[in-house]
Ligand binder design. Structure first.
Ligand SMILES: [Zn+2]
Length: 457
């Protein structure tokens, strides 16, 4: 009986939908006028510009006729940029100290993203439900676009002590396992093949052979290979043997060399920054005396207006973690050294003409979804990129990493209407990225005030 009712309901809904589609609804036309437009391509800002949106798409940017009957939004003195892209996130974590993954209504992070001006994210590895989440988000104007890699191919069996965590991950300890892993991902409809922990195995020759197998299978399945490897050697293996098109982490152990730059250029690979966490950890750590260190969530570094109360209370639990016996000065030294290496590598890689995209690794400890990207952008600027270069890396290049540049990432006619109105000029100071007034996702206009969380929420 229940199934009959469900079928009837589905039938009625489908009739409703076809009526809605068949009716001659007038198009929704909106014109943002008097804007300074920074379109994400890297060209100089367009002054006194207009952006016309018809339904979900941008139809004109720059000197445009304002269509008759359009809803006019005057943004004089304000700045329009493309929706931001975080090219490295994990929806299965919330930034707290809890082990991943927790399913914990990940939909709540959609709002944190839009509230932070982020209209697209690359989930670079997680449980199988992240693929369903991706499908649900795509048709919604209340969620960012999500590209999702799903389960990982790992180089080690012990990714987590939790028996349930990522149980579909494939331990690629043989060529058969590597082949099986890629085929499984293709069958699951993953968007990418993520190879994890490439720096771990000591047997480099075996890892290289496995990467060749992954590359071969991924090519057959028409899937990009995206790679986790923190060392120069593992990053080069991923590019050379694995034909990787995205490197998800900065090279941390040493300065990159000519061979690395040549390999990355040859693959037209995208280098994801993921370097802000060092600054977050430095801001979070403090000495608790007698060689003990303590961490507490650094809200001055990552403001939490866009983060829901449930996540906030879980982040605040970090403060109650027992102090650990790390000597804070050593801890500081480690992260300061990493930050210096990341900065030098970022500048060198960027100047060599390799595509750099902003990504945070949000979902991991101390990296809440949404505002972590602003901190990442500030860290990139402090590494020597100009605000314009940071903006391009956080819009166009993120879309390129996701394989969706044809659809979004810049403000151009024909692209999805994803954009952000800022009160202050981000080219003067990249921290002005936080001065968000409006966020447009697929033509739907959200005010920052309605998306941020007030105390009574
Ligand atoms: Zn990650």
């Amino acid at each position: 009986m229940k199934s009959v009712l469900v079928s009837l309901l589905i039938f009625l809904i489908s009739i409703g939908n076809s009526i809605a589609q068949n009716s001659n609804d007038p198009e929704t036309v909106t014109a943002f006028i008097n804007a300074t437009v920074i379109d994400g391509t890297g060209i100089d800002p367009l002054e006194n510009a207009t952006v016309v949106i018809v339904d979900k798409k941008i139809t004109c940017v720059g000197k445009c006729e304002t269509p008759k009957g359009a809803k006019i939004i005057d943004v004089k003195g304000k700045y329009i940029i493309p929706g931001l892209v975080d090219a490295h996130v994990h929806y299965d974590g919330d930034g707290s100290a809890d082990p991943r993954p927790n399913r914990n209504d990940p939909e709540r992070f959609h709002r944190s993203y839009l509230c932070s001006g982020i209209t697209a994210v690359f989930d670079t590895g997680g449980p199988i439900w992240t693929l369903d989440l991706r499908d649900d988000a795509e048709g919604s104007t209340a969620a960012p676009h999500i590209v999702a890699a799903g389960p990982l191919l790992t180089t080690t069996p012990n990714l987590s002590e939790e028996p349930d965590v990522r149980r579909l991950n494939v331990h690629m300890d043989s060529e058969e396992a590597a082949r099986f892993g890629v085929r499984m991902l293709s069958w699951l409809d993953s968007d990418a093949v993520k190879v994890w922990g490439l720096e771990i195995p000591e047997d480099r020759e075996k890892t290289r052979k496995l990467l060749q197998v992954v590359a071969e299978e991924a090519k057959k399945a028409d899937l990009p290979v995206i790679a986790h490897g923190h060392t120069l050697e593992s990053a080069k293996d991923a590019l050379r043997e694995g034909n990787a098109s995205v490197l998800l982490h900065p090279v941390s152990d040493t300065l990159v060399d000519e061979e690395f730059l040549e390999l990355a250029l040859k693959n037209d690979a995208v280098y994801i920054t993921a370097m802000g966490y060092t600054q977050v950890l430095l801001a979070a750590g403090s000495s608790a005396g007698s060689g003990y260190s303590k961490i507490s969530f650094p809200e001055q570094k990552i403001p939490l207006d866009c983060v829901d109360p449930k996540t906030r209370s879980r982040l605040s639990l970090i403060d109650s973690l027992p102090p650990k016996k790390w000597e804070f000065e050593k801890f500081r030294e480690t992260f300061e050294t990493s930050y210096k290496t990341h900065s030098s590598n970022l500048k060198r890689i960027h100047d060599a003409g390799i595509t750099v995209a902003a990504g945070t690794d949000a979902g991991n400890l101390l990296l809440p979804h949404g505002p972590s990207l602003h901190t990442e952008m500030e860290t990139m600027a402090s590494a020597g990129l100009t605000p314009m270069e940071v903006l391009v890396a956080s819009t166009r290049n993120g879309a390129k990493a996701m394989g969706r540049l044809d659809e979004f990432g810049t403000l151009e006619a024909g692209k999805v209407a994803d954009m952000v109105v800022l009160e202050k000029n981000p080219l003067e100071d990249i921290s002005n990225i936080r001065s968000i007034e409006l966020v447009v996702r697929g033509g739907k206009v959200w005010t920052h005030d309605e998306m941020k969380y007030n105390d009574e929420d």
